[in-house]
Design a protein around this ligand. Structure first.
Ligand code: SF4
Length: 262
């Protein structure tokens, strides 16, 4: 079947199958199709799949993502680093599309910390009232604008430690901002990435931090800059939580999730 990238682009079939077969052998130590051995007693996947994945498999996965989408981008609309930071803060437990709808007007009215402060919490709240947790988020947007002015000369700080001192900014938000605004090879683990990494598996973990640190160890440096975008887009559009679309997944032959649908 034809393979489709997370954004719907067709992927050339090329010689993926034979290569995949040998890579799958490297990963599982078994020959043959994925159905072989299905009649044997199931082995608890948790114990057998704790090992670090084969580096060749990891590289192959990211090579395919790169071939499908060489320059992946996040989907939050923004006009500068400040508005990007605000958009990421607003996106907690909300969809990017929902955030974009609200921020188009907000950012037209205020695209700097000073303008945001001048707008005031009540008006910010009105602009973003379609977004979940909007009251707390409006408060944080004003507080972080104030802190940017008071402490950072209205610039966005570049380190995780500094970013995390801003109201509403946790580790994930800091990682997203460092990656998108400053080109740092950080990996921001959201719900999609957490699920995908545990399923394939790449790095397994019970917390986002465990997955982030695990991924940092196994992803080759040349893929780190875009890794979280590829994995988030893959989780959002293909490896969905309830009904993953394994039949059009470009890494289905490398994925060892027992519940995959191909
Ligand atoms: S095969 Fe299915 S479960 Fe595995 S990564 Fe692809 S979409 Fe996800």
């Amino acid at each position: 079947m034809e393979k489709i990238s997370p954004r719907g682009n067709k992927i050339p079939a090329a010689s993926a199958k034979p290569r995949a077969a040998s890579l799958a052998k490297a990963l599982t130590g078994q020959e043959g199709s994925k159905d072989e051995g299905s009649k044997t007693k199931p082995v608890a996947p948790k114990r057998t799949r704790q090992k670090k994945p084969d580096p060749k498999i990891v590289r192959e996965i990211f090579e395919r993502f790169q071939a499908a989408e060489p320059h992946p981008k996040g989907e939050l609309e923004h006009v500068n680093a400040f508005t990007f930071l605000v958009a990421v803060v607003l996106s907690a437990q909300a969809t990017d599309a929902g955030v974009n709808k609200a921020t188009r007007a907000l950012f037209a009215a205020a695209d700097t910390p000073q303008k945001m402060l001048a707008l005031g919490e009540d008006k910010v709240r009105d602009y973003i009232k379609t977004i979940g947790l909007y009251r707390a988020k409006a408060k944080n947007v004003i507080l972080l604008s104030q802190r940017l002015i008071d402490v950072y000369g209205s610039k966005i700080p570049e380190t995780r430690e500094e970013l995390q001192t801003l109201p509403g900014v946790g580790r994930k938000t800091a990682n997203v901002v460092m990656n998108n605004a400053f080109g740092a090879p950080t990996i921001a683990v959201d719900t999609h990435l957490f699920r995908v990494s545990n399923r394939i598996p790449l790095a397994r973990g019970k917390t986002p931090l465990a997955v982030e640190l695990g991924l940092e160890k196994i992803i080759p440096d040349e893929f780190k800059q875009h890794a979280h975008h590829w994995l988030i887009l893959h989780g959002r559009y293909v490896c969905k939580a309830r009904r993953p679309e394994c039949e059009r997944c470009i890494i289905s032959d490398l994925c060892t999730w027992p519940e995959k649908r191909v």
